[in-house]
Write a new protein. Structure first.
Length: 376
């Protein structure tokens, strides 16, 4: 049987396609799709949360298996809870504008707070895409997971709770008027929109509140912590410089203008006072930079540390000297590479901040969200 060049070419092409297809199938077999530990196999009602009463496992023989720690019960737990809530706004029933008649019981207040404490904060306009996730509470070094077999954690996802995002962004009170001395919005200020809601109705404007972990409305926004620190240092120095400069300027003015009025003399004093105050204040506070919330992730193997990785959940400019222009409050999931920790059998999470109370305890909740753990 004779084959022309045309038919030989067709046969060759067909054989090539068959071989190429076989190679593709082989590649598919040799490159497995990554399997992350997502906690979605754990049973949880939609838009709810639960605090387990004992450590629990997640994963399978493809993704690997981890044991997630939890200690304590109820709101006094530490370690990890399970949630799929995605509430971004101040609780409506804690608002003095929209509070229910008769008020709320302490239990109801706490449950309203929990609508934010057990919610992940993600961009407005999109429902959280990760379904179930963990809510870590890092008190007492209880927020950790262990690996069934030692291995490398390639990466994981972290995010802010809505509780921390709202407190760090606005504070325990949100209105349209900010007190520059206390850096707190005024409880009797003008109404504003409830953040985290698209296309808000003006009829739903109000004053909103969210108690801090001490139960009060004294928690302020992260930006205000830096301003208060500067004010504490710079104000007395600025006043001293301002008074001295004002008095001198007024004396010189009076000597040159003996017929000047008291109003003219005071105007000269005020101008000199302001210039001297501003210059002294700036010089005294030029190196004061505050405002961060940081998550530290530590690895260990057989009880020995393998290293740590720091992740900022909120950061003011000039605080991190390596990235002085960074100024943000994390508002979505962030992937964190943990390969530098090497082989581990335990991963521990801690939180820190430079906004602390008189006992050095974080003012913001020591809570964060965790998901998407990929083991190598």
């Amino acid at each position: 049987m004779k084959f022309t060049k045309k038919y030989i070419g067709i046969i060759t092409a067909i054989i090539g396609l068959v071989l190429f297809s076989a190679c593709e199938d082989e590649v598919d077999l040799r490159i497995p799709y990554p399997n992350d530990i997502t906690f979605n196999e754990l049973t949880l009602d939609r838009f709810s949360y639960k605090i387990p009463t004992a450590p629990f496992t997640s994963g399978d023989n493809k993704s690997g298996v981890i044991t997630v720690n939890v200690a304590g019960t109820g709101n006094n737990y530490s370690g990890f809870a399970l949630s799929n809530k995605n509430f971004r706004s101040y609780p409506w029933d804690l608002s003095p504008t929209f509070a229910p008649a008769g008020g709320l019981t302490p239990t109801e207040v706490q449950e309203s707070i929990n609508t934010t404490a057990f919610s992940v904060y993600t961009p407005i306009g999109a429902v959280n895409r990760t379904e179930n996730y963990l809510v870590g509470k890092t008190t007492g070094d209880a927020a950790y997971f262990t690996l069934a077999e030692p291995g490398t954690v390639e990466h994981l996802l972290v995010a802010n709770t809505s509780y921390n995002y709202l407190l760090a962004s606005y504070g325990s009170i949100l209105s349209d008027d900010l007190d520059p001395v206390t850096q707190s919005y005024l409880i009797d200020g003008d109404v504003t929109d409830n953040p985290g809601i698209e296309n808000p109705d003006v009829a739903r404007y109000g004053v909103f509140t969210l108690p801090g972990i001490d139960g009060t409305l004294n928690t302020i926004r992260l930006a205000g912590t830096e301003l208060l620190a500067k004010y504490e240092v710079g104000d007395p120095i600025g006043k001293e410089a301002g008074i001295s400069a004002g008095e001198e300027a007024r004396s010189v003015f009076i000597a040159s203008n003996p017929d000047s009025t008291l109003e003219e003399q005071q105007a000269v004093y005020d101008a000199a006072y302001k210039d001297a105050y501003d210059a002294a204040f700036e010089a005294a506070t030029d190196t004061i930079h505050k405002g961060y919330v940081k998550l530290t992730i530590e690895g260990s193997l057989n009880g020995s540390s393998t290293g740590s990785v720091d992740v900022y959940l909120a950061l003011r400019s000039e605080v991190d000297t390596a990235y002085p222009d960074f100024n943000f409050i994390l508002n979505d999931w962030k992937k964190v590479d943990l390969t530098s920790l090497g082989t581990v059998d335990k991963v521990l999470f801690k939180m820190s901040s430079d906004y602390v109370d008189d006992q050095g305890k974080m003012v913001y909740p020591s809570m964060f969200c965790l998901d998407g753990i990929r083991l190598q």
